[in-house]
Design a protein around this ligand. Structure first.
Ligand SMILES: NC(=O)c1ccc[n+]([C@@H]2O[C@H](COP(=O)([O-])OP(=O)(O)OC[C@H]3O[C@@H](n4cnc5c(N)ncnc54)[C@H](O)[C@@H]3O)[C@@H](O)[C@H]2O)c1
Length: 255
């Protein structure tokens, strides 16, 4: 087991990729803090799956779009588990709107959850590590859209592009503290965020045509990469993005 005696916080882990990451880190020996805006059925299911791996788990409700909640979340996590070694900034939202029509409210929500949250959670987490004299791991769940434009999702792309640069900056500033900072960038993963797409067979087919691996990714595809980045094996890896997309991002061909 790669993560024995470690404690990990995974934001937005009541479903989807976050749940997959939480369960995988537990399988590698970590104890887990599960997070979401409120303790719902999904959160309880994640807790159950983590405990079934034989690990300790607790749930802390927090809307990570608000810095005060981010500070409280880190504080409560340390209080409840005694320490914190791994932060996975996974919570994310997306809003569909043409650039010309996008509203301030949607922009704010997307940027707050996807970028402001990771910024202040990472800050509070890094301060905790600095004060404890220990290193640690920050892993951000970005997206291929940290690179790849996505029409009708400008705010989402801006948030993920920002996360990419934030990751690089934090990696440089936090390396002397023994903290590594990396992104995972999933392509199209089968989760509730893509429910609308799943319900439209034609759109799904055209997406699959663009994916060289010819399948959607699954949460466990992302979780395996996160487990690696969280482990000692990745001790010298920092400031980078690991793309997990079946070849989608760099796919180009001519007939
Ligand atoms: N599914 C994909 O194809 C895909 C691709 C690339 C990147 N991602 C990224 O992966 C991450 C997880 O996405 P997913 O596909 O599992 O989506 P999802 O909608 O299934 O899960 C998102 C999770 O974030 C939580 N969340 C949302 N707002 C929150 C807030 N303010 N505070 C706390 N928690 C909040 C939700 O409750 C949920 O548990 C996101 O950052 C997303 O941008 C997903």
């Amino acid at each position: 087991m790669k993560l024995q005696n470690k404690v990990a916080l995974v934001t937005g882990s009541s479903q989807g990729i976050g749940r997959g990451i939480a369960v995988r880190l537990a399988r590698e020996g970590a104890d887990l803090i599960i997070n979401g805006r409120k303790e719902d059925e999904g959160a309880r299911e994640t807790l159950e799956q983590v405990r079934a791996e034989g690990r300790r788990a607790c749930f802390i409700a927090a809307d990570v779009g608000e810095p005060a909640n981010c500070y409280r979340l880190i504080e409560q996590a340390v209080e409840q588990m005694g320490r914190l070694d791994i932060l996975v900034n996974n919570a994310g939202v997306q809003k569909h709107a043409a650039f010309l029509d996008a509203s301030e409210a949607d922009y704010d929500q997307v940027l707050n959850v996807n970028l402001r949250g990771p910024f202040f959670l990472a800050q509070a987490f890094a301060r905790h590590l600095r004060d404890s004299g220990r290193g640690g791991r920050i892993i951000n769940n970005s997206s291929v859209h940290e690179e790849l434009p996505f029409p009708n999702f400008s705010a989402y792309c801006a948030s993920k592009g920002g996360l990419k640069m934030l990751t690089r900056n934090m990696a440089i500033e936090l390396a002397p503290l023994g903290i590594t900072v990396n992104n995972v960038a999933p392509g199209a993963i089968e989760t509730p965020i893509n429910q609308a797409l799943m319900n439209q067979p034609e759109k799904l087919e055209s997406l699959l045509d663009n994916i060289p691996a010819k399948r959607l990714g699954q949460p466990h595809d992302v979780a395996g990469a996160v487990a690696f980045l969280a482990s000692d094996d990745a001790d010298y890896v920092t400031g980078t993005t690991l793309v997990i997309d079946g070849g989608l991002l760099w796919n180009y061909s001519e007939q």
